[in-house]
Design a protein. Structure first.
Length: 297
């Protein structure tokens, strides 16, 4: 019996909540260090490691329903760290103590204006809590640019933030999306560590595992027994998942979450599938998402 994994009916379109296109990130290094210290175990010093930052920010964007191509990070700082990293450009500014953040405001604001004026991208992710950026963000949005702001878990409760930090609340309210980053994952990245869960809060990670388990179990229950046996035999021979199975499950997860899976999430999905198919205990094999993806996407 020939294995047929794809429906012959029309493919579902992506949900309207998912946005696409190119994205640039404008990151105030001083603010990002502060953000990493909110609720994180351990401390993040002034010296940071930016190696894994693009991956973490891309993951956070994806979790916010933004299936975008994060192409470049602009890093605004008052000190050179000597790092030369692909797709990251360093902008040196005056210390905050020296000018109250005026040079940062000029530099980041100028870059945001240029991106909007030249239609260089569809989205910009800004990491700053300086309310003085309100006018620049508004102008960029009126030019057709989607501007998103990076925040920690406190942004999920905007009424509380309005009371405790009204200036930042006004800035966040201007954003098209508030992109939540897990403080612990951010702190780990800036210290050169691999974050557990790749930026997902614990409750979000558990919910993701539950969704994967439900999607895979539902698909597995629909499969005839002879096709189940074919897949068991295939997995015993190879560590890889057959492409037709992989694509179908990725499509089902996209419909379930209204977004594409990140590379670590894809690996978690494949490992969960192996547990279901091989009759092992139906649970995700790791505490967090795998840090690297070695199989074909």
């Amino acid at each position: 019996m020939k294995r047929e994994f794809f429906s012959h009916g029309p493919r579902h379109e992506r949900r309207s909540s998912e946005r696409h296109g190119a994205c640039m990130a404008l990151i105030d290094g001083r603010f990002l260090i502060w953000l990493a210290q909110q609720g994180a175990m351990g401390t993040t010093g002034e010296s940071v490691n930016r190696q894994g930052l693009l991956t973490l920010l891309a993951q956070s964007l994806s979790q916010s329903g933004l299936d975008v191509d994060l192409r470049r990070i602009y890093w605004y700082t008052d000190r050179s760290d000597g790092l030369v990293i692909d797709d990251q450009i360093v902008r040196l500014v005056q210390t905050h103590d020296a000018d109250g953040g005026a040079s940062l405001l000029r530099s980041l604001g100028h870059d945001l204006k240029q991106l909007a004026a030249h239609h260089a991208c569809d989205h910009v992710l800004v990491a700053s809590d300086d309310e003085r950026f309100l006018a620049s963000i508004d102008e960029a949005q009126l030019s057709g640019l989607s501007v998103h702001l990076l925040a920690d878990e406190s942004a999920r409760n905007m009424p509380q933030m309005v009371r405790t930090d009204p200036g930042w609340a006004r800035l966040l309210a201007q954003a098209d999306r508030r992109v939540i980053v897990n403080s612990q994952a951010l702190a780990d990245i800036l210290q050169g560590k691999t974050p557990v869960g790749m930026g997902l809060a614990v409750e979000d990670l558990e919910e993701l595992k539950k969704s994967m388990q439900e999607v895979i179990s539902s698909w597995w229950d629909e499969e005839p027994e002879d096709l189940r046996e074919d897949l068991r035999e295939a997995l015993q021979i190879s560590r890889g998942i057959p492409q037709e199975v992989d694509r179908q499950l990725l499509l089902r997860m996209r419909h379930r979450l209204a977004r594409a899976l990140s590379l670590p999430e894809k690996k978690l999905l494949r490992e969960t599938l192996r547990h279901v198919v091989m009759g092992e205990q139906a649970q995700a094999p790791a505490e967090g998402l795998p840090a690297q993806e070695s199989e074909e996407d």
